[in-house]
Design a protein. Sequence first.
Length: 114
Amino acid sequence: QVQLVESGGGLVQAGGSLRLSCAASGGIFSIGTMGWYRQAPGSQRDLVATVSRGGVANYADSVKGRFTISRDNAKNTVYLQMNSLKPDDTAVYYCYVYSLDTYWGQGTQVTVSS
């Protein structure tokens, strides 16, 4: 059974940084795109960033220049380095991977105080 385990969320002041990690396990093979979404209270789940197996990254306009997505294919892990955090970045962050199907992490809370 495929499992995605997220870590790295927490509480940080505006202007601070956090690094999220998401490790996939459980017999998952040949992972394609990996990425992160986020969902603030009362809002829909929005795309934050994606990264292809070859390392090509795409970002939402709201995080460009502040967030960096990366992956380690040997570890089936995707990362999200978040710098210059703003209160508007407060949300539950979900990772996903695509491998013949789409799998989701359980979500990790990121709270940015002003």
